[in-house]
Write a protein of this length. Structure first.
Lengths: 150, 188
């Protein structure tokens, strides 16, 4: 059914009922006129306005809290990422257990005492570029012969 | 310029105003649309209290989130669709029994010059309530909202031919019902 079927131009006033010619156009005109018979309740408008304003007030009251929370969460997230990046990217120094295990290995390999090996490992850790080989060898040799002051 | 063309544009203007000025502009939208929305919701819920509940929920929702309406392609269709959805939700939730043969719940306008026609109007409203919802809502949108079948189809989420078919059936039933009930009346 096309819309144009119902687009007959009305006479302006309401059509009269006609038992013989009860066509849809008349019916439509009557129904159309009945549309303004019902109205919205008087309380609808104030209730809607009141509720909308209350919600707006609640929203504005919560706004600083929400903003503060979101800023706090964002800051915590950024801080966590920063800490994680630092831990991940910055080279980690030797721990006590690392030094001790290295010293143990060196003491066994070079046949020196653990405290001397510890001293060497500490020197290497503090001055990684420097060669400690000659001095160490000399010290190690003297240590073996018992010529050091110790 | 007829009302059919101007009403959706007036709603669009109201929606833009609401989005710009916030909740302070809600009264303009209420004044413009509440009567029509209640009428439409009434056709679905068949009860004015439920219809007003549905319309109130919709308008409060729009007042709280004005951008929803402003950003929609057709604000008036969007409002109708929201009202329909809300009315259907209320209908599903509704526990209480009510009679569709009564118009006690309706708030009516009685104009002095239309007193004689009041009985006819009441018969029409009763007849609309006796129709299945899927048919009465098409009648409301077609006759009271003066929408095309394409627009009605958009609101009801059906095809235009389905909307037209429902309208044809509805009008057939209404003509039978109103011929029986109103036929005895004198010419008004």
């Amino acid at each position: 059914m096309s819309d144009s079927h119902y687009e007959r131009d009305g006479s302006g006033g309401l059509p009269a009922w006609d038992d013989d010619g009860f066509d849809h156009y008349d019916l439509e005109q009557w129904i159309k006129a009945a549309g303004s018979y019902v109205r919205a309740g008087d309380q609808l408008r104030p209730q809607v306005i009141d509720e909308v304003k209350q919600r707006a007030a609640r929203r504005s009251a919560w706004k600083p809290v929400v903003q503060f929370t979101s800023w706090g969460l964002s800051a915590a997230l950024v801080w966590s990422l920063l800490v994680y990046a630092i831990v991940l990217l910055v080279p980690r120094g030797l721990t006590a257990s690392d030094i001790f295990s290295r010293a143990e290995k060196r003491a066994v390999a070079a046949g020196v005492s653990l405290d001397w090996a510890l001293s060497e490992v500490f020197s290497e850790a503090r001055f990684p570029g420097k060669s400690h080989g000659g001095a160490n060898q000399w010290k190690t040799a003297n240590h073996r012969q018992g010529l050091t002051d110790e | 310029m007829n009302l059919q063309k101007t009403f959706p544009s007036r709603v669009r203007f109201c929606a833009a105003n609401l989005a710009e000025r916030g909740e302070d502009a809600i009264s303009g939208l209420i004044d413009l649309t509440s009567q029509r929305l209640v009428r439409f919701a009434c056709a679905i819920t068949r009860n004015q209290h439920d219809a007003e509940d549905a319309v109130q929920t919709v308008l409060i929702h729009i007042g709280s989130q004005p951008d929803l309406l402003d950003q929609s392609e057709n604000p008036w269709s969007y409002l109708l669709k929201m009202t329909r959805n809300e009315s259907l939700i209320i209908m599903r939730r509704r526990k209480r029994w009510f009679s569709i043969d009564s118009l006690c719940d309706l708030l009516t306008i009685r104009r002095v010059d239309e007193v004689q026609r009041e009985e006819v109007y009441r018969e029409i409203w009763l007849a609309l309530r006796r129709l299945p919802v899927i048919q009465s809502e098409v009648v409301v949108l077609k006759i009271w909202e003066e929408m095309t079948f394409a627009d009605i189809a958009e609101v009801l989420e059906v095809t235009p031919s389905t909307a037209a078919s429902r309208y044809r059936y509805a009008l057939g039933k209404l003509s039978v019902m109103l011929r029986e009930t109103v036929g005895d009346l004198d010419h008004v």
